[in-house]
Design a protein around this ligand. Sequence first.
Ligand code: ADP
Ligand code: MG
Length: 317
Amino acid sequence: MDLKSLGEFGLIEKIRSQFPVPQSITGIGDDCSIIPQKTGFDTLVSTDMLVEGTHFLLSDILPKQLGWKSVAVNLSDIAAMGGELVGTFLSIALPKHISVDWVEQFMLGYKEISDMFSVPLLGGDTTSSDEKLCINVTVLGKIPTNTSKKRSDAKVGDLVCVTGNLGDSGAGLKAILESVNRSEIVSHLISKHYHPMPRVTEGISLRNCDGVHAMMDISDGIGSDVRHILKASHVGAEINVNSIPISKEMDGACEQFGWNKYELATSGGEDYELLFTIDENYCKQLSIPYFVIGKIVTGDSLKWLGSENDFIGYRHF
Ligand code: ADP
Ligand code: MG
């Protein structure tokens, strides 16, 4: 069977089935692995790889932006559980044409976000690559025992919410790939794509609210990511596309270039906002900005309100 027919998640499931883990540990299937400790905290671990040509174009992204983004996408997975940051590990495979100056600029971006979130770099690996640049960051976090917000805890009746605008990053990527003129609006969208802000503080705030049930970060777009929550929680959902928060820049760019804003908001991916479900009665406890986009229902399917189309999110194969 080829990879396209098996799909990313089919392949991950195949791998998962061969490696059973002890019952106390949460392994493959959530944003982080959760490893209980005797300290009153669980350890959180996640890793993400960025490959030249697949995740970024070396000719377009600045090394400093790439350094920032490599850390940001990882911190986002700790945020997705509601965790606190402990440290990162950086492994890089560098093709020969990369200069020391390039690596220094990359590390400046890596340091800028590490300092902003007070998370130290604790180790890694450095090697050469024949052709493409490849970056892998692993992040460690911690969270009070058994307080992680998992994908599997959504309950029928919950509201489905997100912490911010969706689609800016996807629109930024589209602008890069279609080489559109970099007006102020377009530059704003591209900066959202290159400079995502992980919602670590918001994640901790949501973790401290008992009414928040399931949570994850939005990396592939809600068209894909909501389905992960549904599958893990054995529930369905109705999402109203007209309730999805969209920036005026994204709206303007879609108008100008004839792009489909719903497609970008649901399937563009790489927004790194948090997606969570909450018992409506607890909403007044939330002290962070959030937007209600739908609700959890019985069944196992995702129904879009306000559109005839189905939106499936970003597919890697
Ligand atoms: P995220 O988008 O939050 O980074 P992914 O969709 O990449 O998560 O991965 C889903 C789950 O599958 C995660 O729990 C991740 O750790 C696990 N996973 C992905 N690829 C592999 C792999 N090659 N081997 C083991 N686990 C994997
Ligand atoms: Mg994630």
